[in-house]
Design a protein around this ligand. Structure first.
Ligand SMILES: *[C@@H]1O[C@H](CO)[C@@H](O)[C@H](O)[C@H]1NC(C)=O
Ligand SMILES: *[C@@H]1O[C@H](CO)[C@@H](O)[C@H](O)[C@H]1NC(C)=O
Ligand SMILES: *[C@@H]1O[C@H](CO)[C@@H](O)[C@H](O)[C@H]1NC(C)=O
Ligand SMILES: *[C@@H]1O[C@H](CO)[C@@H](O)[C@H](O)[C@H]1NC(C)=O
Ligand SMILES: *[C@@H]1O[C@H](CO)[C@@H](O)[C@H](O)[C@H]1NC(C)=O
Ligand SMILES: *[C@@H]1O[C@H](CO)[C@@H](O)[C@H](O)[C@H]1NC(C)=O
Ligand SMILES: *[C@@H]1O[C@H](CO)[C@@H](O)[C@H](O)[C@H]1NC(C)=O
Ligand SMILES: *[C@@H]1O[C@H](CO)[C@@H](O)[C@H](O)[C@H]1NC(C)=O
Ligand SMILES: [Cu+2]
Length: 815
């Protein structure tokens, strides 16, 4: 069965761009009534086309068919979803039907919704209770019932609010009730901190855009050469920055909007015009534009600017649309001094005997590893029930939040403290491209979503890719090159399975890899790339960045990621200990008679059990090196060593903003490089989609998870890991920021867990012996039964290229 699919670029900044484009194309000067514009906009924007995907089959684009047993790689949606399966097409259908039948919810179809309607912003799987799920996974009980989480925007209520419901049980819901979290702001959630949606933005044209374009049209024309009534190939696009309520001092809804020349790529072509929108409440006629920023100056209103501009009391800008040559720096086309010969391609990998992993719906198996994966619409990639050699290591490993905080002199970039959940992180994983994002031999995996941008669920066909590859580095090796040391060599490459997704959030692209090694080590990696955000160059911006081009400066910013690791080592009652490395002054008088050398310094370590949450909150200290280990007190090896898993942090970053100021309270998880808490069902996530606005009174306040200072000895533990990197953009970030040097990762490694390196059981090793020392001594080469023939070669990318020509929705929206 075939189905239609779209990638629908629906992140926030893109809406503005479409809006702008349309508004500029639909000439205001032609006198088209605003209602007509609204209708056109509604048709263009709020009614996504080609999204009637209800089929179950999600036929993969398989680039390498060799060795592929279709039973081994089954990426279809399950007819009998398991506890961890994302909601299926039929389940979405029945939830939608149920919601429309409930009079108390007063739900309006998304295509007809207004700000003052009740409408669905999100439907996704509500993870089942862990205790029940574990009983089921251990074969003791039937699967717990499946439930959905439904987020409703209740603009229809006299005091509008956001409501989060538990709806189910599936497949045919019969009940809905408000989710009730302790330790978190419970329902209702203030309406003003809801994430922006298409429904809201569609209303802006009636008020704000008209004012902007009619009133300021002549200034835009004289200053930037843009004819807003008919911009042809010289148009403007938009960037926006929601303002955290902590920077306003009340729960107001404010968004800064900046303008850019619409050319590849617009973020590198800002113009010095920004406006502050006030979007409180449900009545769009009360929306307004309270501040205008033009040529490094702030004006109380558009009228103010016009007056000052008209009587020549301010300096006027003269900026022209970038010429072809000027904009080349921001494009991603081939140029420069090309060093490769044509027809001399880069190396690539192959699977000589076909795939060594299996996929069954959303469960993966690979050489001793097994795990479920899913794409949470709100938080992104998630692994569940991660096991190695039948030992459960983690119940859940999931992304929680992505943050990027900018600094600048101009208001748009100054207030750009993005807490990216606002775009729904999983929904931002649009499409991966073989040969560009993943090796050609990867298997591409789908994800299904329903947000307020579509009337029914849609599938993103290439949301994940899964592939095995050699890292090209030995996992282990030793070479004894003399007979006295044994005359042998043995080594093995570090071959890994990688589950990858890439989230595109506005200008930036975030790559997340879950990497499974042959020695029981799981690595999680986050990498950023994509376009930087820039400001119009001015001397006032110099302390925030380097001037990278004649007109632009790249602003300093801080990227941060938060991950949740629900670690379960030998059961789910665990201890967290640090191994503290100390300097020890040992007596040396037995070995030295010289009084000056009567002591000797060396390092030793102490095991420190962390007994409470506040004690366990970890901030890196260079003077006190530590190992971080988790174990079950009753699980020891034959020497009494705790059989542990170790977490090592290779992507730490210090969050330097003062605690409790600005947007910081929304990301209190960033105060620690790792925090360990006692697991609670109601402490499911460290952040929320409201975090970009909610700092004045965070909906999820991670610090509260710790402040009750619960005991964490022999409890079900969750580690919350923060990684990050400061970025001061430089010219080589043009046109886009490369990934090199920016790999942030953490590792979960067995630590006295196995009696030896489990990769000793891998046939991928090689051993070479020389028996004897004479010229005739035989050399014995062992490759452990694996021969060197190549049976399978990966197909070229032609299959994908063909697929995308046929179905543009594989990569692009608008179709
Ligand atoms: C339902 O929502 C509509 C707006 O979409 C509103 O006019 C109406 O009053 C609401 N009904 C109830 C019972 O709240
Ligand atoms: C939520 O649960 C708590 C504790 O069970 C209860 O006291 C409270 O009334 C509940 N709130 C709502 C809105 O149901
Ligand atoms: C703009 O909207 C804000 C928020 O609703 C309001 O406080 C302010 O008075 C409005 N300003 C004007 C000029 O209407
Ligand atoms: C221009 O208009 C502004 C606002 O009315 C006024 O304050 C300023 O004095 C005027 N400047 C000149 C040079 O007329
Ligand atoms: C670590 O253990 C050693 C040996 O038991 C002891 O002398 C030392 O005081 C301990 N150090 C700390 C920092 O606890
Ligand atoms: C360890 O074993 C003791 C004795 O059987 C038991 O009381 C305790 O609960 C066990 N602890 C854990 C974490 O399983
Ligand atoms: C947390 O609890 C531990 C153990 O009761 C105690 O020593 C510590 O002082 C507490 N921390 C705070 C900040 O209350
Ligand atoms: C070569 O090595 C293999 C594996 O270690 C062993 O089974 C075999 O007996 C060796 N052969 C010789 C000739 O040493
Ligand atoms: Cu960056």
């Amino acid at each position: 069965m075939t189905y239609r699919y779209r990638t629908g670029e629906k992140d926030y900044s893109e809406y503005w761009r479409f809006m702008a484009l349309l508004l500029l194309l639909i000439s205001l000067s032609l006198g088209i009534a605003l209602t007509v514009i609204a209708v056109l906009l509604a048709q263009e924007l709020s009614v996504p086309r080609n999204v009637t995907d209800m089929s179950i089959s999600t036929e993969p684009i398989v680039l390498s068919k060799c060795g592929l047993n279709l039973d081994d790689i089954d990426i279809s949606e399950s007819v009998n979803p398991t506890v961890f399966s994302d909601l299926t097409g039929p389940e979405f259908e029945s939830i939608n039907r149920y919601l429309f039948d409930q009079t108390d919810l007063n739900v309006t179809k998304i295509t007809e919704a207004r700000i003052d309607s009740s409408y669905v912003h999100l439907i996704e799987l509500l993870l089942p209770n862990k205790a029940e799920t574990l009983k089921h996974l251990d074969g003791k009980t039937d699967a717990p019932k499946r439930w959905a989480k439904v987020v409703l925007f209740r603009g229809d209520l006299s005091i509008p609010e956001v409501q989060e419901y538990k709806v189910g049980p599936l497949p045919t819901p019969t009940s809905h009730r408000l989710l009730n979290y302790t330790g978190r702001r419970i329902n209702p959630i203030p309406f003003n901190v809801r994430p922006p949606t298409l429904v809201e933005l569609l209303h802006l044209e009636k008020t704000i855009w008209v004012e902007l374009f009619t009133k300021l049209g002549f200034i835009i024309y004289e200053s930037f050469g843009i004819l807003v009534t008919d911009c042809k190939d010289k148009c403007l696009s938009f960037s926006s920055a929601p303002v955290s309520t902590s920077n306003i001092g009340s729960i107001k809804r404010q968004i800064w909007v900046g303008f850019n020349f619409q050319t590849e790529y617009y973020k590198l072509h800002p113009i010095d015009l920004q406006v502050l929108l006030q979007l409180d409440g449900t009545d769009p006629s009360k929306f307004n534009m309270s501040t205008v920023w033009y040529n490094q100056q702030s004006f109380k209103s558009a009228d103010d600017l016009i007056q000052m501009y008209s009587n020549d009391s301010i300096s006027k800008l003269k900026t022209s649309f970038p010429s072809n040559q000027e904009k080349e720096f921001s494009t991603m086309t081939l140029r420069g001094d090309i060093l490769e010969k044509e027809s001399h391609r880069a190396p690539r990998q192959l699977e000589p005997d076909g795939k060594r992993y299996t996929v069954k719906h959303q469960k993966v198996g690979y050489l001793g590893w097994s795990f479920h994966y899913r794409m949470s619409t709100s938080t992104g990639p998630m692994l569940l029930d991660v096991q190695y050699r039948k030992n459960r290591i983690a119940y859940e490993i999931s992304l929680q939040e992505i943050v990027v905080f900018y600094s600048a002199s101009n208001p748009l970039n100054r207030f750009s403290d993005f807490v990216d959940s606002l775009v729904l992180l999983g929904y931002a994983a649009k499409a991966l491209v073989p040969g560009g994002d993943c090796p050609q031999h990867a298997t591409f995996l789908p994800a299904r979503h329903q947000t307020s941008s579509e009337p029914t669920s849609i599938v993103y066909k290439n949301a994940f890719c899964l592939f095995e590859q050699s890292t090209g580095v030995p996992l282990r090796r030793h070479h004894s090159y003399t007979s006295s040391h044994g005359s042998f060599y043995s080594g093995m490459m570090d071959d890994v399975l990688i589950l990858r997704t890439i989230l595109t959030i506005g200008n930036y692209d975030y790559i997340f890899d879950f990497i499974f090694h042959q020695n029981g080590v799981l690595e999680v990696k986050g990498i950023s790339t994509g376009y930087i955000i820039t400001s119009v160059y001015s001397p006032a911006e110099e302390k925030y960045g380097f001037r990278l081009q004649e007109r632009v400066l790249g602003n300093i910013h801080h990227h941060m990621f938060n991950f949740k690791i629900d670690i379960d080592v030998s059961g789910n009652e665990n201890r967290f200990e640090t191994l503290d490395i100390n300097v020890y002054e040992a007596d040396n008088t037995d070995w030295s008679t010289n009084p000056e050398t009567s002591t000797y310094h060396q390092i030793m370590f102490n095991r420190t059990l962390k007994s409470t949450e506040l004690e366990a909150a970890y901030t890196f200290n260079f003077d006190a090196p530590k190992y971080l280990i988790f174990h079950n007190e009753n699980s020891t090896d034959k020497y009494g060593n705790p059989r542990a898993y170790r977490i090592s942090l290779l992507g730490m970053s210090k969050q330097t903003l003062p605690i409790g100021r600005g947007a910081e309270p929304s990301i209190s998880w960033s105060r620690y490089q790792m925090a360990v808490t006692k697991r609670h069902e109601h402490e499911q996530s460290s952040s929320s989609m409201y975090a970009v606005f909610d700092a004045l009174d965070p909906v999820v306040n991670f610090q509260d998870f710790l402040d009750d200072n619960e005991t964490i000895v022999d409890q079900d533990l969750v580690a919350w890991i923060t990684m990050g990197v400061h970025h001061i953009p430089h010219t080589e970030d043009l046109p886009v920021t490369p990934t090199t040097g920016g790999h942030l990762s953490f590792f979960l490694s067995p630590y006295n867990y196995f009696p030896e390196d489990p990769s000793m059981a891998s046939r991928s090793a090689v051993r070479i012996d020389l028996s004897g020392t004479s010229a005739e001594s035989p050399v014995n080469i062992s490759r452990y039964g694996l021969d060197t023939d190549i049976r399978c070669v990966p197909e070229s990318t032609d299959a994908y290229d063909e697929a995308i020509r046929e179905d543009k929705n594989l990569l692009f929206s608008d179709f």
